[in-house]
Design a protein around this ligand. Structure first.
Ligand code: ZN
Length: 379
């Protein structure tokens, strides 16, 4: 199969190259790019837009990536081969990855494809306004102020640190998606992203739901499962908040999608979903391009997470985290089965390395944004 390659724009000194490989209609993809270009423009120096329908085609872009960034880019894509926007210094790469059955609509639904491309491009535009760095800095500021509250909790500080690091990182990605999608809505692109999310969330139709409690978890597992449930909910919020915003402006289809997500994805995480409803309201009501908005967003998320942890601590008097063997508990617990949750995640390794910590080691790969959605699996 030949590689389809095309320089799509040549404005002043910059050009963006579109590379298509796979069982894809070249003219369809080009017309989607053209529509996006006419509606939104393509920012300067977005070097490549790669559109592939199998992760193995990723290798065709590798020689074009700056040598120092190749390992990190490869890791970012291969650990979770989904659509993403990657940046190294001033080098930007957008990958539109259409490899699963649930994403197949992107091969024929132009509006959805334009919506997805617009979303990835917006990450690059906002990154250039320094958003990614600001979000990270505000997460760290919020956590530093919040941290003293953890000292009175009877859970080893190391475990608490890991717990909140994961939640902070996940909240970080969610907030970037909120900024991204809100701006697209404000620029008249709401129906395009709605078309994309609608198809993605609906494509599974019936799928298994995460099980939110178990009577068989060890204490450590319990914390692990609360963490996963919150992470899961935060991922949903990046889809829910924009469409609640659109629903409030009278968009019925957006309202239907929000209801669909609540009915089909939040079923067994109602405790977490209830606690986090405030985050959705806050993200819309107080939305601002400001450090204060971002810090409060993180603070609410951390406080709700602590509440969920401590309510369980009260239930069981004292958590014994050194205990190895699982003990049978006689009360319903707020947990998610990891095995079951995997069924609604895009891959078996949904948490790539980049999502583990708030403070990452200094790396030249400054920012990357992955598509924040959970795909339903067929059941
Ligand atoms: Zn995104």
């Amino acid at each position: 199969m030949a590689i389809q390659s095309l320089y799509i724009t040549k404005i002043n000194d910059h050009m963006t190259e579109l590379i298509i490989q796979g069982d894809l209609d070249e003219h369809f993809v080009k017309s989607a790019i053209l529509e996006l270009y006419l509606k939104q423009g393509i920012p300067k120096n977005v070097e490549y837009i790669l559109v592939i329908d199998n992760p193995k085609y990723y290798k065709i872009i590798e020689p074009k990536i700056p040598r120092e960034a190749r390992t990190e880019f490869r890791k970012a894509y291969k650990t979770d081969p989904t659509s993403m926007a990657l940046t190294y210094g001033v080098f930007d790469l957008i990958i539109i990855s259409i490899s699963t059955q649930e994403e197949a609509y992107l091969k024929t639904n132009k509006k959805a494809l334009v919506g997805l491309m617009a979303h990835e491009l917006m990450h690059i535009k906002q990154r250039r306004r320094n958003l990614d760095r600001s979000v990270r800095a505000d997460a760290i500021r919020a956590f530093s102020k919040f941290e003293p509250q953890l000292h009175k909790i009877q859970i080893p500080q190391k475990i608490l640190a890991d717990f909140f690091a994961t939640i902070g990182e996940s909240a970080n990605f969610t907030l970037k998606d909120i900024y991204d999608n809100f701006q697209l809505i404000d620029e008249g692109m709401g129906d395009y992203i709605l078309e994309d999310y609608w198809n993605l969330y609906k494509s599974g139709g019936r799928f298994s739901k995460p099980i939110f409690y178990s009577t068989k978890d060890s204490d450590y597992k319990l914390i692990e499962h609360i963490r996963e449930a919150i992470d899961f909910e935060l991922n949903l919020i990046s889809a829910i908040s924009p469409f609640v915003k659109m629903a409030r402006s009278g968009n019925d289809r957006a309202k239907k999608l929000v209801e669909f997500i609540a009915t089909n994805y939040e079923v067994n995480i109602s405790e977490v979903a209830n606690e986090y409803d405030d985050v959705i309201q806050y993200s819309i009501d107080n939305f601002a391009w400001s450090s204060a908005y971002r810090q409060k967003y993180f603070t609410i998320i951390f406080k709700r997470a602590l509440f969920l942890l401590t309510s369980i601590e009260r239930k069981f008097d004292q958590l014994d985290l050194t205990k190895e063997a699982p003990r049978v508990l006689n009360e319903k617990q707020v947990v998610v089965s990891a095995a079951d949750q995997k069924k609604v995640r895009p891959t078996n390794k949904p948490q790539s390395a980049k999502r583990k910590k708030i403070k990452t080691k200094t790396t030249k790969i400054k920012v990357k944004s992955k598509r924040k959605v959970r795909k339903p699996s067929k059941s």
